[in-house]
Write a protein that binds this ligand. Structure first.
Ligand SMILES: [Zn+2]
Length: 253
């Protein structure tokens, strides 16, 4: 081995040792980086134990919002409860939910159930007309309407899986449905126990939920998603948007 070869050999050795030393800590860092978001996450990160068999395409998880508009009527078997229509599949869970409330001392009113797109269009248009009659310009009237009434095609009431449900006392005080209905114990009971019957409070109060759903806090709007999904969503504080997203990211489509 001449002098030149020795130097090259030494350089290669330094390179190999350096690479091994450099590689190890880097590898640990990378692992830490990958694990951290999963540990810290409360929202929507894959890695939680998802409910067995849950898939984003399940009928209970049908997502209707401004980004997922359904401009055609959704087909399902309807049933009438207290003059309101519902998807027949939630008749029993809703009856159990309300019976549970009654047993706890809270009689409830089913304020709203399924709404057809045609009906949604009617109340939407009527609201705009009313605001215009009150003196607002068209764009202001539309804006004000959209703050409380979903644009036809984007209302979850089209699914027949959503209900506006409230304690009789809360409805008596706020017949037009207001967030403050949750000052009543009856409403608090409904919100707290909904998941036991397969329902979730769909539009929660916190800012993260509001930005995900695009809808302000509604203390009266419950959505059927099935018991396992409801409990999982509640435990991890997930909106339906975030939950469906999590299922899709986990390949449960
Ligand atoms: Zn509603």
């Amino acid at each position: 081995m001449n002098k030149g070869q020795k130097i090259i050999g030494a350089l290669i050795l330094i390179g190999v040792v350096g690479a091994v030393i450099g590689y190890l800590p880097m590898n640990k860092n990378q692992q830490r980086k990958v694990q951290q978001p999963v540990k810290q996450s409360k929202l929507g990160q894959a890695g939680h134990q998802l409910p067995k068999g849950a898939e984003a395409s399940d009928w209970q998880l049908l997502l209707v919002n401004k980004q997922h508009m359904h401009k055609k009527e959704i087909n399902f078997k309807k049933v009438t409860v207290d003059t309101k229509q519902l998807d027949q599949r939630i008749e029993r869970p809703l009856a159990d939910f309300r019976a549970g409330a009654k047993k706890a001392g809270y009689a409830t009113t089913l304020v709203s159930g399924y709404r057809s797109i045609a009906y949604q269009t009617q109340i939407y248009d009527q609201s705009i007309s009313q605001h215009e009659a009150d003196g607002l310009g068209q764009s202001e009237a539309t804006k004000l309407t959209q703050s409380v009434i979903q644009t036809p095609g984007s209302s979850e009431h089209q699914t027949g899986l959503a209900v506006d449900l409230a304690g009789n006392d809360a409805v008596a005080k706020y017949p037009e449905l207001m967030a403050q209905m949750d000052e009543f114990k009856s409403q608090q009971w409904l919100i707290q126990h909904a998941p036991d019957y397969g329902f979730v409070l769909r539009y929660m109060r916190d800012q993260k939920s509001v930005s995900q759903t695009g809808i302000d806090y509604e203390s009266w709007h419950f959505r059927y998603v099935g018991i396992e999904n409801a409990k999982y969503m509640t435990k991890h504080h997930l909106t339906l948007e975030a939950y469906v997203d999590e299922l899709k990211k986990s390949g449960k489509i």
